[in-house]
Design a protein around this ligand. Structure first.
Ligand SMILES: [Zn+2]
Length: 290
């Protein structure tokens, strides 16, 4: 009797999960860990994949799937199972945004069916730093266009910014751009710009502004549009000008952190956490380059 009741409860749970899946509700359950994961449709065949605070994209075509940053091995295994279940299509291309392990670990999960694509500098970094992922099979320096099932994905290197190997992916048919770590929508840049190239960064954003798209999907935080790219560049330029002026005035590092409040951006995500670090990173950079 007891066993029957327990089985009934279990079957009920399984049925409930099945209904959730059928309704297409965000599937946030994971057997391996308690990460929050979801898949959100963005445009025809194009989806955003979330793993906690990291996001990537994938494009489903009649000839297979173009996936981007695997994020980590657990996330990639979860995603692979979901892709099999929902679409029954293999991943044909796996594209890395840049070499950082928090975005591209776990690529080996898709390597049985996928050609792994990245910027040429990313491949060198991945190998040098032993990033736990599949090394790229196919690299490029400036621009590369992939087509699959009649859909086009344009990959572009826009110069140095958050790293020297970061690319943007433009899903041409749906006018969506995927940009990671060097651009956000109403969100502060990460901490003190570790490993970043602050002189080149605004130019990379300018190059993105010149691309033709309607929707900006990012690696962190909310999605946005072309105006968010302009605002991200405006932020960097204003931060640089504000810090440079205080250095000219002979202020100390501590005085600069206090003075450069970037008030206009108070409503941006992570303002309280990263404003001071942003100022410190810019101050260090400008003092070193004087
Ligand atoms: Zn990064």
């Amino acid at each position: 009797m007891k066993r029957t009741i327990r089985w009934c409860w279990l079957l009920g749970l399984v049925a409930m999960l099945g209904v959730t899946a059928m309704l297409g509700l965000p599937a946030a359950l994971s057997a391996q860990d308690d990460a929050v994961r979801e898949i959100t449709p963005i445009a025809d065949g194009l989806y955003r994949f979330r793993n906690n605070f990291h996001y990537s994209m994938f494009l489903v075509t009649s000839e297979g799937i173009v996936a981007t940053d695997p994020i980590n091995a657990d996330a990639a295994r979860w995603l692979k199972a979901e892709l099999d279940r929902r679409f029954g299509q293999p991943v044909r291309y796996l594209i890395y945004s840049h070499s950082h392990g928090d975005h591209i670990s776990g690529g080996e999960v898709f390597a049985d069916t996928a050609i792994v694509v990245a910027h040429e500098n990313a491949k060198a970094e991945i190998l040098a730093n032993n990033v736990p992922t599949a090394p790229p099979d196919l690299v490029f320096s400036d621009r590369m266009t992939l087509t699959l099932g009649g859909k086009t994905v344009e990959l572009s290197y826009l110069g140095k910014s958050h790293s020297d190997n970061l690319i943007v992916m433009r899903f041409v048919d749906s006018r969506v751009v995927f940009g990671v770590d060097f651009v956000s929508a109403k969100r502060m840049p990460y901490r003190d710009f570790p490993g970043g190239f602050l002189d080149d960064w605004p130019h990379a954003l300018e190059a993105l502004e010149a691309r033709d798209f309607d929707i900006l999907a990012t690696g962190h935080g909310p999605m946005g549009g072309p105006s968010d790219v302009r605002e991200a560049r405006g932020y960097l330029e204003e931060l640089r000008a504000a810090v440079a002026a205080r250095i000219e005035q002979g202020m100390s590092d501590a005085q600069i952190v206090e003075a450069v409040t970037m008030d206009k951006y108070r409503n941006w995500g992570r303002y309280e956490d990263w404003r001071a670090l942003n100022v410190q990173g810019m101050t260090r950079h400008l003092r070193q380059s004087r």
